[in-house]
Write a protein of this length. Structure first.
Length: 117
């Protein structure tokens, strides 16, 4: 069973937009804090956006603040990452993750985002 499945990645020109989607396998994920991470080649995986499980409080890395928006649809068991004004440095594999314990411990397989200049 795959708990989290990302989609929506692709190739886009600088300044463009993409919306990533993370589909969870059960309603239980609606109660967990969720995050979007990214990992560029040769770099560590970093958290870019997070959303809490009940209050929907959000937080963002400084590098994406004002350009990315994380949201969740409780009816569809999905978490989204709307990415606007994309830059070449946003190129990475993007991962959805759930914090079922004290850390993010459930991961999707990742989706590639490539931003051309």
């Amino acid at each position: 069973q795959v708990d989290l499945v990302e989609s929506g990645g692709g190739l886009v020109q600088a300044g463009g937009s993409l919306r990533l989607s993370c589909a969870a396998s059960s309603r239980a994920f609606n109660y967990y804090p969720m995050g979007w991470f990214r990992q560029a080649p040769g770099q560590e995986r970093v958290l870019v956006a997070a959303i809490s499980g009940i209050t929907d409080a959000t937080s963002y890395a400084d590098s994406v603040k004002g350009r990315f928006t994380i949201s969740r649809d409780y009816a569809k068991n999905r978490v989204y990452l709307q990415m606007n004004s994309l830059k070449p440095e946003d190129t990475a594999v993007y991962y959805c993750a759930a914090k079922r314990g004290t850390t993010y411990d459930t991961w999707g397989q990742g989706t590639q985002v490539t931003v051309s200049s």
